[in-house]
Design a protein around this ligand. Structure first.
Ligand code: C2E
Ligand code: CA
Ligand code: CA
Length: 681
């Protein structure tokens, strides 16, 4: 070791040695950076980075050697053999190329170390070829111990360098650069220690030290150019990578349609605001926003109109924010948004809400029509309503659902009783699972009568649930629950089979109307189920009528039409239920082969008909007439209503006045008809 140091200090020009060291360090650092880039690229890019890596390494190796050689002073005149000098340069570049290619071949775990060993051999081969090109006047001898040590050092260190580069840590590239530089320097100076010259001066020959120094500077300059070029291409690539990453980050955090922050972004912001409120003892309001009737807009006006509505509302809400005060709004789902507000006082919050409301409730003009949007707002406040984030989000949701079910635009604030409602709903849904098996379900029948003659036209089957603890539960309450959890399928099947079996026993043989939920209607098995119910009960198909609503059809019109045709092919008739409440589209009426239109009972809500409801009923009756479809009015409770329908020419009616829904035995006892008279199969 001391001999190596002595060789560096005593036999070299220290400035040139320093320059060689700087070159070696810079070249190794760039090599390591470039080499790392090959890991994360593929194809032509990967080959490109490989070539740059090998060039930088080759140049660093050779120039370090050459500049240091020029700084070496053997005490006699020197010269360089041009051919061998070029060969030594090529050895460095080609050897490094081969070494890095092996290291990057990924076929086995030890490949980087093997490639590194090849690079180490290349360094040694370059050095000793270079030494053969070095002509001195004197007798050259080699100390074999140092010579072998230099080769071993070079191979082991270079192998270690490339092996370390595979480590995933932040400093992997720097570690590789350090070891590689050490490999180059160690080989060179250990190799030079092995080199002995016994001067044998020839008269008149000398070297011009200035020319050699100029040559050293020129070589070093060229080397820096190459190394810097490699570094610059790395930096350019790095910054364009950073731009891409930034673009991806923006994309990942924003909703492309509205440009508003997305759900992930909202989550981050909520974390931040929540921590802020917690640490400063402040209050944070979370506002859940759900657009009203958005599905309807999408269905009626098409998805591009729906998108436009979202875009416009997004822009308006963003425009309504005071972002400097920490106000924030994000699109968190299809037609759902969420806002955050740092609360100083309650007035500020209500002013914030009214800004959001006016953004959501102003009409939107698209092409030649206007859409009246609207939204439901649910507010929960930290720490008043929730101690943690999840509860805060849940409670804002609860409040939002409450806002949805109460008409009007105003926001709902979370109240603890809402939890109670949800819990009750959940336990009701659980109880419903037992209802079918536990014989708690039954069917009531309500008569449908001809308005002009008072004759019975048929009976509508209405499901009843007698809850063991709560008593009778309204279908308006439990049918939506059953639709949510899929129980409507077995329950609906039970209603259909039971109603058909019961109606088959009726005398006289009246029709029976059974309600179908959208979930049942969307089920592929429906026509088969209907056929089975008819066959089992022996009920002739023309005595069964199925009631559908417009919402059921709207989910997928083409498919619905197909299903309706299949059902009608069985001979079963179809009624359009609750007409006037949904889309009331003329188009649906015209394109679907309905056998009956049922005017929703809300039009007869008042005991004495108002001019407006008479006008609507009149319009629907005219529509039915022109399409040749009979119309039935629901919810007839008074004689006035019946007389009005009679004078307007309504075909049929149903309601408490004509008969309340009741169990089969009650209807039989009232003498309306006999049960058990029909045939059963
Ligand atoms: P719907 O199909 O419109 O049924 C008519 C509803 O109006 C029944 O309510 C009936 O009791 C009520 N009604 C009849 N006459 C009058 C009247 O004069 N005044 C008033 N105010 N109401 C009257 P119900 O039985 O509570 O059923 C509510 C809804 O539950 C039904 O509305 C229907 O959509 C659904 N439903 C009932 N049974 C079934 C079923 O088996 N399957 C499915 N999918 N839905 C059902
Ligand atoms: Ca109905
Ligand atoms: Ca109805």
């Amino acid at each position: 070791m001391m001999t190596v140091l002595g060789c560096i200090i005593n036999e070299h020009n220290i400035w040139l040695v320093g320059m060689a060291a700087v070159l070696c360090a810079a070249g190794s650092w760039v090599t390591a950076r470039l080499y790392q880039r090959t890991f994360s690229t593929t194809g032509a890019q990967r080959i490109g980075w490989h070539i740059l890596t090998a060039l930088a390494a080759g140049v660093a190796i050779w120039c370090t050697h050459f500049v240091a050689m020029l700084g070496f002073d053997p005490g006699t005149p020197i010269g360089f053999d041009p051919v061998l000098t070029v060969v030594s340069l090529l050895t460095a570049v080609i050897g490094a190329t081969a070494g890095f290619a092996i290291a990057g071949s990924r076929v086995a775990r030890f490949m980087p170390a093997l490639g590194g060993a090849v690079v180490g051999l290349a360094i040694a081969a370059m050095h000793y070829t270079g030494m053969m090109a070095y002509r001195v006047q004197g007798i050259v001898s080699w100390d074999m111990r140092y010579l072998i040590a230099s080769i071993v050092l070079s191979v082991v260190l270079a192998a270690a360098a490339l092996h370390m580069a595979m480590r995933s840590g932040r400093y992997a590239a720097n570690v590789m650069a350090g070891i590689l530089a050490f490999a180059i320097v160690a080989l060179h100076f250990t190799g030079m220690t092995a080199f002995r010259v016994e001067p044998a001066l020839i008269e008149g020959s000398f070297t011009n030290p200035e020319a050699l120094h100029a040559l050293a500077l020129a070589v070093a300059g060229m080397a820096f150019v190459i190394v810097v070029a490699g570094m610059v291409s790395y930096l350019i690539d790095d910054s364009s990578r950073a731009e891409t990453i930034e673009r991806l980050r923006v994309m990942a955090l924003n909703d492309p349609l509205t440009g508003l922050p997305n759900r992930a972004n909202f989550g981050e912001r909520l974390d931040h605001e929540f921590d802020l409120a917690k640490s400063q003892g402040g209050r944070l309001a979370l506002v859940g926003i759900d657009l009203n009737r958005f599905k309807e807009i999408n269905d009626l006006r098409g998805h591009s109109a729906g998108d436009e509505v979202l875009r416009i509302l997004g822009r308006r809400m963003k425009g309504a924010l005071r972002e400097t005060e920490g106000e924030f709004v994000a699109r968190t789902g299809g037609d759902e948004f969420a806002a955050l507000y740092r609360m100083d006082n309650a007035d500020g919050l209500s002013e914030f809400l009214s800004r959001l409301e006016s953004a959501c409730f102003q009409p939107i003009h698209i092409e030649d029509y206007a859409i009246m949007p609207g939204a439901s707002f649910g507010v929960a406040i930290f720490p008043d309503d929730a101690a943690d984030k999840t509860t805060l989000v849940n409670n804002a949701d609860l409040a939002m659902y409450r806002a949805k079910s109460t008409a009007g635009g105003s926001a709902c604030f979370y109240e603890p009783s809402m939890d109670e409602t949800v819990r009750a709903r959940r336990s009701l849904a659980a109880d419903l699972r037992e209802a079918l098996a536990g014989n708690q379900l039954s069917i009531h029948y309500q008569v449908q009568t001809s308005v002009s003659t008072g004759e019975v036209q048929g009976y509508e089957a209405l499901l009843r649930w007698n809850h063991p603890r709560l008593g009778p539960v309204s279908p308006a309450e439990f049918i939506p629950l059953a639709e949510e959890n899929g129980l409507i399928l077995p329950i609906g099947e039970w209603v259909l089979r039971t109603a058909c079996a019961t109606a088959a026993t009726w005398d006289p043989p009246h029709k029976v109307a059974v309600n179908l939920s959208a979930v049942q209607f969307g089920h592929a098995d429906l026509p088969r189920l209907i056929m089975e119910a008819l066959m089992e009960s022996g009920l002739p198909p023309e005595r069964l009528e199925l009631e559908l609503t417009e919402t059921t059809i709207y989910a997928d019109k083409t498919r619905a039409l197909h299903t309706v045709r299949q059902i009608k092919a069985l001979g079963v008739s179809i009624a359009l239920d609750d007409f006037g409440t949904g889309y009331s589209s003329l188009d649906t009426l015209r394109s679907f082969p309905f056998d009956r239109i049922k005017i929703d009972r809300s039009f007869l809500a008042e005991t004495t008909p108002t001019p407006q409801s008479i006008a609507i009923i009149r319009a629907i009756l005219a529509l039915g007439k022109s399409l040749g479809i009979p119309v039935l009015a629901e919810g007839i409770e008074t004689q006035d209503q019946l007389s009005m329908l009679s004078s307007e020419g309504c075909d049929e009616a149903q309601g408490f006045l004509l008969g309340r829904p009741g169990p089969m035995d009650q209807i039989a006892a009232a003498g309306q008809m006999r049960a058990g008279g029909g045939h059963r199969v």
